[in-house]
Design a protein around this ligand. Sequence first.
Ligand code: C2E
Ligand code: CA
Ligand code: CA
Length: 635
Amino acid sequence: MKNNLLQSVIDTLSTNSNLQGNEALETVLRNTSLIDLSELIKVDTNFTRDLKFIHKNIRFSIDIQECVLIRQVRGIRWEYKVIISNHKFKAEENWIVIPSQEHSNIETLLSIKMELNNVSPFLNHQNNSVIYQLLDIENAHFENFRYERGGVLFAPSKENKYSLSDKNYLSNIASIISFCVEKDTSSQFLSGVYRNLKSTAKRAQQNIEQHCVGSIPVAYLNENSGLPNQAGFLRLIGHLIDSGETDFSVVVLSIDKFSYFCNLFDAYTKERFLAETIDRISSVIVNNTTLSHIGASDLAFVLLEHDSISVKQKILEVLNSFSEDLQVDDVKVRFEISVGISEYPSCGNNADTLQKMANIALFKASQKTNDRLVIYTQGMEKELKLHLELSRSIQQAIERDELEVYFQPITLVGDKGKVHYYEALVRWIHPQQGIISPDLFIEIAEASGEIIPLGYWITQRVCHHIHRKKLPANICVSINLSPIQIRETKLASNMANILQRYSIAPNRITFEITETAAMLDPTLTRLRFSELKNIGFKLAVDDFGTGYSSLSYLLNFSFEYIKIDKSFIDHSSINDGYAVIASSMIKLAHKLNMIVICEGIETAQQYSMVTDWGADMIQGYLISKPMPIEHFYPD
Ligand code: C2E
Ligand code: CA
Ligand code: CA
């Protein structure tokens, strides 16, 4: 229902973006978040763009009726996916499991492929099985244009015979796919295809079975569970890497309080609880022979799923399987599980590193109160070290003069040179590590509670600069507020006291809070905002378009400014639908007396785009990066 309504809005907006007199439209815009609206126009823009590019530049036409990728998963399961059907690319097809009775056909296919690489591209193979029909295998041809990148199985376009031009087409497709992927790794579909291409060929040549528990010497097995132990698990990862597995995820899982709990029971009960735990996990990761028992309460396994989303999905299933109590005889227990994940090859290229990264992610997961599933991301190790360092005391960093507030100008549209506003952005200038991004340490300071004194210090530092540099009275500064600061009962009065010390009027300071942070506890946010407003501070909603709030809802918080997030600007440059929505939203925001700032403007094109939309102010590298105050007001 909601979608139908939205769709009609999009249709109307696409033909006529004038809001005047269209009340129904306005109501929908008022009550729908930018994110919901954008969902509707979200096609895989990279993919479409790539295809357009291909058509334009390579004079390529999809003359192939059917193109199917096949892959082997864990040496036990085969899957296929149609990527071209009826001459059209199919972007969203899922992998489909090929029934096991067809496996021998695939083995034959692979041997044919090997032959093909050496002999002739034509073959005459009679077989009526489902998979052969599906793949139109009678004249199957494995192109080998980029053999080292993977084999693709294609069906020919004409009379079930391959011609030389077909071969060219096939080569084209293979090169286009790799070309696009090399050119634009963010193109998810194409990179998926690319990865599958690679793994299909590699796996075909290896017998992954050798990684199975059956072949692992006893020294590598845990004597309690019979699963691979720590050394066995590392060996297993090593095997996967050596055998050319192209990407996989290492999952480390810790059962909280397991050891503590088990000490209360006899060895037999302990063993059965452990067996029960392992059963629950195995029931989710069916046929996965990598499950290992790497520590008293730690288990681990490898997932060959290719993308983070399906890995996450699988792990959530594992976690859900523990939502019910475990029972042995009449003893019932509920275990909390934390999970850390690292991905090969992005997190490391050897077993030790991969497990270490998964353990770092596990540490982070175990500190969370819910959602205890963390995938290692770049910088997490550094973050962990920083965490340890920072949690010792951020106060010390302030005392050592390592923190500073930088200023980034916000200018009026139409007058790029005229600054009315600056956003204050904190920096940690570390003597060894250089400038550390606030994205890294604000979160840590929030977790430790240090954000409260830090927040006051930042405001005080802003006031210090305004005062010392005698910034003209019409220049205002906006300061970011974290949701933790909203919980501070005396936030408004403490901020007011700081300003008073420097004789700065509160209406020169705007507090920015993200849409999502404001929504964490809307009642409390409203209360705190009314206190800040009573003193005379102004308010801005930050990163608008990344959360699910509508303009109507935001009116509850009486924001004066609305900052449209960079991601929305970036999308609009590619997809017209976003631009139509954004410009209509800005018109509406004006009707509601809000001032609109567009963030992250990097190019002249983006600048003229948001000018067309009717934005009031812009902020971004096009004008200036955040800089020390001296850059704008030299001593
Ligand atoms: P934010 O509030 O959304 O700040 C804008 C971020 O976008 C800043 O990153 C800024 O340097 C960056 N930016 C501005 N223009 C452009 C552009 O044209 N292109 C690109 N790519 N980026 C641009 P920064 O300084 O690294 O801050 C990151 C985040 O850390 C901020 O996001 C804010 O959430 C937080 N933060 C920064 N300073 C403070 C602070 O003093 N207090 C609190 N609570 N959070 C802060
Ligand atoms: Ca901000
Ligand atoms: Ca922002």
